[in-house]
Design a binder for this molecule. Sequence first.
Ligand SMILES: Cc1cc2nc3c(=O)[nH]c(=O)nc-3n(C[C@H](O)[C@H](O)[C@H](O)COP(=O)(O)O)c2cc1C
Length: 183
Amino acid sequence: MDIDETIKGRRSIRKYQNRKIPDSVIKNLLGLATYAPSSMNGQPWHFMVVRAEETKKQLVQIKNKYCPAEKQMYQADFLQRASVIIVVCVDKQNSYDREVENGVLATANLMLGAYSRGLGSVYLSAYRNGEPAISDEIRKALGIPEHLHPITIVPLGYPDEIPEPKMIRALEDMISYETFGRK
Ligand SMILES: Cc1cc2nc3c(=O)[nH]c(=O)nc-3n(C[C@H](O)[C@H](O)[C@H](O)COP(=O)(O)O)c2cc1C
């Protein structure tokens, strides 16, 4: 699959077949994630690979507990049925004040790599500014040490749904040439 096809074809998948993703595939995807750019080339990543049903359940509970009122329709129960959940963490010490960016870029690689291999994924945040309890609880559930910051939660599985086509905003509305508003 070429890169354009991969970028355009990736969609959030929240229903998964009851089929295990082999460890070798996961390892391969995490390898791709490490080719992401990182601030000062710090490569601060640590990937938690979660397969245990009980741990998945804890992640569901944490995400649902902190789900804001306006997002109640986006409950995280579907995480339970993922073949594997990756929690992308970054080491504060090698992040050069760019924990979030470092974590998110690796996550993008991971998700695009997953799609190009026929796997479905979704991006979920593992932190919220001003609400450290979310990351703390995730850290506690997974035994993650204090210096690592959980940034994203990415369930992976063989897709069991075809999402509705997505409208993409007109490109021209999102571009200015030289000065703002110049088309
Ligand atoms: C920062 C961020 C947070 C997101 N949080 C959630 C979430 O909590 N639950 C969820 O199901 N999807 C979440 N998503 C996925 C978006 O809903 C999804 O990417 C968006 O609707 C576009 O659809 P697509 O991924 O199929 O292109 C999140 C995506 C981003 C970028």
